[in-house]
Design a protein around this ligand. Structure first.
Ligand code: HEC
Length: 130
């Protein structure tokens, strides 16, 4: 083996180790959850969110075994308009991005609660860089 091949092998192993050490979910969640100051409407949304959505989407919007994180680029406002929240809550959402199964509709959530939940999710997303 000449020294260029040997050096190439060392570099390849190094690059491989570097990627092996990267957490594949590193870009899914912020390192530290930031709870912003909440308006009254956002506080109402927090209560409704924690009462219904957190069971699957996590108290800190970071997901659970039953549902995906909402602190995720997929669900940031630029990618996922507020209307997407309305549809998901009123009609449910078929599993398409993840393997958690379908999201059931949440018909007990009123329009007022839904508006508050969206307000809450958006300020928490914004505070955490989404
Ligand atoms: C029983 C578990 C469960 C509950 C409760 C739940 N969700 Fe979901 N939700 C899911 C799952 C699972 C998905 C992902 C479906 C997929 O894309 O694979 C999802 C997806 C979503 C999406 C994205 C839909 C899309 O268009 O891709 C939004 C927005 C959402 N949920 C909001 C909410 C809100 C707001 C609540 C509370 C009112 C809530 N969810 C309650 C399980 C749940």
């Amino acid at each position: 083996m000449n020294k260029f091949v040997a050096a190439g092998a060392v570099v390849l192993v190094g690059v491989g180790l570097y990627f092996a050490m990267q957490d594949p979910n590193a870009d899914l969640k912020p390192a530290e959850f930031i709870m912003p100051d909440l308006s009254d409407l956002a506080k109402e949304g927090q209560v409704a969110f924690e009462g219904t959505c957190a069971a699957c989407h996590g108290v800190n919007l970071d997901g659970t075994d039953n549902g995906p994180p909402l602190l995720h680029a997929l669900y940031a406002k630029a990618r996922h308009a507020d209307f997407g929240f309305v549809m998901a809550v009123q009609r449910g959402s078929r599993a398409h991005h993840w393997r958690f199964g379908d999201m059931p509709a949440q018909p007990h959530i009123t329009d007022e609660e839904l508006e508050a939940i969206i307000t809450y999710v958006r300020v928490v997303q914004a505070a955490n860089g989404f």
